[in-house]
Design a protein around this ligand. Structure first.
Ligand code: URA
Length: 278
């Protein structure tokens, strides 16, 4: 039996393929052929200034990563300067300003804008996700896309809305193509979210999903083990109650876990009512 050669994909099909794979922004003007001989790739000129063009028509130049040494100080120096900067922020506005000017995290150069927080800084409850996605990067607010809509419904299930809750992420810049933040990026951003939690000073902290839970609650256990469990979280000035639950994006992919998420929300509502997590 004869096989016909595969037709070449059209540009439209290629773009659809990239988009499906999560590649929706270009990191540099020149494409880097990572399948070429290693020497040739190493010799390729590196862009020092990374302009973040976001138009999809520029997708074919998308490169999967930015050489860190070209865009940010080594992680140890960046972590130390993040700690120093975050420590000195007396208010949330000052913290936001420090983040706007912070040059230690390369994600800032590929994101459109900082996604600092939404909701009420006086709220008794604070939700922390992983990192902004495409919609959040466009709007500059956390959890405004599809998973944000579900988070709103989760918050409504405990009788609250965004005017009575505070929402932020461990990482305040969108990782390109929604890739998972690297451990270094997480460590660099950690002092800022820790200070943000300390300044909001909620009674209850809710970590959404594995990365946020493992990073903030210092556990290596997976979300199936940690969800619904109460932890003590030391803000630096007092100990508050913290609980892990599923990330709304995960619930969108696996709706059968909404049942367990509902149990977690009931526990959160009870703790908010009684002031006790027992
Ligand atoms: N997922 C997150 O973790 N945070 C957001 O802000 C949006 C999606």
């Amino acid at each position: 039996m004869d096989f016909l050669p595969e037709p070449h994909p059209t540009v439209r099909q290629l773009l659809a393929f990239y988009l499906e794979a999560g590649v929706d922004c270009a990191l540099a003007d020149e494409a880097v052929d990572r399948l070429a001989e290693p020497d040739a790739v190493a010799a390729a000129p590196v862009q020092r200034e990374i302009a973040p063009p976001r138009a999809i028509r520029e997708l074919p130049t998308a490169a999967p990563s930015v050489p860190r040494s070209e865009t940010a100080p080594v992680p140890e120096a960046a972590i130390a300067s993040a700690r120093e900067a975050a420590r000195t922020a007396p208010t949330l506005e000052a913290l936001r300003g420090l983040l706007e000017n912070f040059e230690g995290c390369a994600l800032k150069h590929t994101a459109t804008r900082l996604v600092f927080a939404d909701g009420n800084p006086q709220a008794r409850i604070m939700f922390v996700g992983e990192a902004p996605g495409r919609d959040e990067d466009i709007e500059g607010l956390p959890f405004v896309g599809r998973s944000g809509k579900l988070l709103d419904r989760m918050i409504a299930a405990i009788g609250l809305d965004r005017s009575k809750a505070y929402i932020a992420n461990v990482i305040p810049w969108r990782p390109p193509g929604n890739r998972t933040p690297t451990p270094q990026e997480t460590q660099i951003c950690l002092p800022f979210i820790q200070r943000q939690i300390e300044l909001v000073n909620p009674d209850v902290l809710v970590t959404l999903g594995n990365p946020s839970t493992q990073t903030l609650l210092s556990t290596r256990d997976g979300i199936m083990k940690t969800r619904g469990r109460w932890f003590d979280y030391d803000t630096g000035t007092r100990t508050i109650r913290a609980i892990a639950t599923f990330h709304p994006a995960y619930l969108l992919r696996s709706p059968s876990y909404k049942r367990m998420s509902w149990q977690d929300l009931r526990a959160i509502a009870k703790a908010m009512e009684t002031g006790s997590s027992q």
